[in-house]
Design a protein around this ligand. Structure first.
Ligand SMILES: [Cu+2]
Length: 473
C-alpha cells in the first residue's frame, strides 16, 4: 500500500516541466527572455554582470492582468540557471527554485512557462541559482491593471547593491568572520550610528554585513544617474523595486509629495509621505504629483545604517541638473516597523481563525555566519512544514538573532496581522521584514498546492541556511 509520502511525491511529480537541453525558438504569443552576460560601468570601471532581456533589449516583462504568462527563457550565461517570478502565484513547478520547483535550465538550454495572471502589480524576476542574483541576474516584472490610468506616466526604479568582489568570495569572507575591506561592526558609519567613536570599537547593531562598492539605481550610480523626463503639473506612478541582495533603504522623494498605494504589488489604503523604507525584495508603488514649472527632483535611496545612496533624477521642463553626492550628509538610521504597522490592506483576507499555526524561530550565529530556521540549517533532508489545502495558516515568526530578516513566501500572498503583540489588518504582501528580537505574524490561505520555498531574502543568509519549505497537495 502506498504511503502518504509516496502518494504526495507522485502527485507533485505528475505535472513537472522539464527544461530542454538545447535552445528552441519562442513560439508565436510567447515572450522571449534571454539570460545574458553584459557589462556596466561602476565607479569608472567596467563590470561583467548578468541581465534578463527580451530580444528588443527591454529588461524583464511588462504585461497586463488577465493575460497568460507565456514566456520562453533561453539560458545564455554559460552555466545552469533558473529564474523565480517573485510575488506571482504560478503552478509550483514553474516557480523557478532549483531543487524544489525542478532542475535548473542547463547552459544553452531553454524552458517554457504558461500560467494565468490573476492579479496585477509590481513584481520582479531573479535567478534563484547560487549567487547569480548578486551578479544582477534580475529584472522588473510589471503586471498592469486598473491602477495604471491612461496617461499616467510609469517610472520603474530598480535598486541593486554591487561589489567587485565575486559573490563566492563575499560569502567565504562572511564565513571566515571578517576580512572584507570594510567589514562591519567597526565601520565609521556604523560606529557613528551608535553615537560612538572611534571606528573599530563600537559593537554595532548588525545592520549590514557586506560592504558594497556601489549601490545602483537602474544599474547606474549617482555619478551618472538616469534622467527621467516628467510633465510639469502631471502625475506619475513610480514602481520601486528593491532587487538588492542584502541592502535595505530609506527612500526619499525630496520635495515631491507621494502617495503610497501598493506594497509588493498589492493595494493598501493610500499613505501620503515623502520618505518610505524598503527592505530587500520588497516593492512600493508611489503616485507622484509633479508641481508646475521647470525643476529637477532627485529620488534618492540611502542604505540603512550608512551614508551611501543611489537614485535617479526626474526632470520637469528643462531644469539645470545639479550633481548629487553619493554620500548623504548623515548616516541613515535603522529601518523600523513604523510604516509596516500603519499599512492596511485594501482587500484583506476574509476574517477566519487559523486552522494551523507554525512557529518560525529565526535563528543563527553571526560569529560563524550560520543562519537557520527553528535551529535547523537548510538541507534537502529537512522535512517540509506540513499544511493542508484549504487551511488558513499562521506563521508566527520570532527573530532571536541580531539582524533583521526579510522573510519571503513563494506562491502565496500573506497578510501581516500582528507586530510586537499588536493585532491589526495589515498589508497583503509577499515579503515582510522581521526586526531583531521582534515577533511578526502573517496569515495566508493554502490555495496553491505544491512544494514552496519560504526563506530569508538576504542572499547570503539564505545561502547559509535560513531557508525551509512547505508542501501540500
Ligand atoms: Cu536574513
Amino acid at each position: 500500500m502506498p504511503t502518504r509520502r509516496t502518494v504526495l511525491t507522485a502527485a507533485l511529480a505528475a505535472a513537472a516541466i522539464r527544461p530542454r537541453l538545447s535552445e528552441a525558438q519562442a513560439e508565436p504569443g510567447q515572450t522571449e527572455l534571454r539570460l545574458e552576460r553584459t557589462t556596466i560601468e561602476v565607479n569608472g570601471k567596467t563590470a561583467s554582470v548578468y541581465a534578463i532581456r527580451q530580444p528588443n533589449g527591454i529588461s524583464g516583462i511588462i504585461t497586463k492582468v488577465g493575460d497568460r504568462f507565456r514566456v520562453h527563457v533561453e539560458n545564455g550565461i554559460g552555466r545552469p540557471s533558473l529564474v523565480h517570478w517573485h510575488g506571482l502565484a504560478p503552478p509550483w513547478q514553474q516557480d523557478g527554485v532549483p531543487g524544489i520547483s525542478g532542475p535548473p535550465i542547463p547552459a544553452g538550454g531553454s524552458a517554457d512557462y504558461d500560467f494565468p495572471l490573476a492579479f496585477g502589480g509590481t513584481f520582479w524576476m531573479h535567478s534563484h541559482q547560487g549567487f547569480q542574483e548578486q551578479l544582477l541576474l534580475s529584472a522588473p516584472l510589471i503586471i498592469r491593471d486598473q491602477r495604471d490610468r491612461p496617461g499616467l506616466q510609469e517610472i520603474v526604479l530598480v535598486l541593486e547593491d554591487f561589489s567587485f568582489t565575486p559573490p563566492a568570495g563575499i560569502f567565504a569572507n562572511l564565513k571566515r568572520g571578517s576580512s572584507m575591506p570594510r567589514m562591519r561592526s567597526g565601520t565609521a558609519a556604523v560606529a557613528g550610528m551608535n553615537g560612538m567613536a572611534p571606528a573599530g570599537q563600537a559593537r554595532a547593531p548588525d545592520l549590514n554585513d557586506v560592504a558594497y562598492d556601489a549601490f545602483l539605481a537602474n544599474r547606474r550610480t549617482l555619478a551618472d544617474p538616469e534622467l527621467v523626463k516628467v510633465e510639469p503639473g502631471g502625475k506619475a506612478l513610480l514602481r520601486l523595486i528593491n532587487a538588492s541582495s542584502m541592502s535595505s533603504y530609506h527612500f526619499d522623494l525630496g520635495r515631491l509629495a507621494g502617495r503610497l498605494i501598493a506594497v509588493d504589488g498589492t493595494l493598501v489604503r493610500p499613505i501620503v509621505g515623502r520618505q518610505f523604507p524598503i527592505a530587500v525584495a520588497q516593492r512600493l508603488d508611489i503616485v507622484l504629483t509633479i508641481p508646475r514649472g521647470a525643476a529637477s527632483y532627485p529620488l534618492l535611496a540611502t542604505v540603512e545604517g550608512e551614508r551611501s545612496r543611489t537614485g535617479i533624477v526626474l526632470a520637469a521642463g528643462n531644469p539645470p541638473i545639479a550633481r548629487i553626492a553619493a554620500q548623504a550628509a548623515s548616516t541613515a538610521p535603522a529601518i523600523t516597523m513604523e510604516l509596516e504597522s500603519r499599512l492596511r490592506a485594501l482587500d484583506p483576507l476574509a476574517p477566519r481563525r487559523p486552522d494551523r499555526v507554525h512557529s518560525i524561530d529565526l535563528t543563527g550565529e553571526m560569529s560563524k555566519y550560520i543562519w537557520s530556521i527553528n535551529g535547523v540549517v537548510w538541507n534537502p533532508q529537512v522535512p517540509p512544514l506540513p499544511i493542508a489545502k484549504g487551511e488558513r495558516v499562521a506563521l508566527v515568526m520570532t527573530n532571536s538573532t541580531g539582524m533583521a530578516h526579510p522573510m519571503h513566501l513563494h506562491g502565496h500572498r500573506f497578510q501581516v496581522v500582528e507586530i510586537g503583540g499588536v493585532r491589526f489588518p495589515g498589508a497583503v504582501r509577499d515579503t515582510v521584514r522581521v526586526p531583531p528580537a521582534q515577533r511578526v505574524v502573517v496569515e495566508f490561505d493554502a490555495n496553491n498546492p505544491g512544494w514552496w520555498a519560504f526563506h530569508c531574502h538576504m542572499l547570503y543568509h539564505m545561502a547559509a541556511g535560513m531557508f525551509t519549505t512547505l508542501r501540500y497537495v
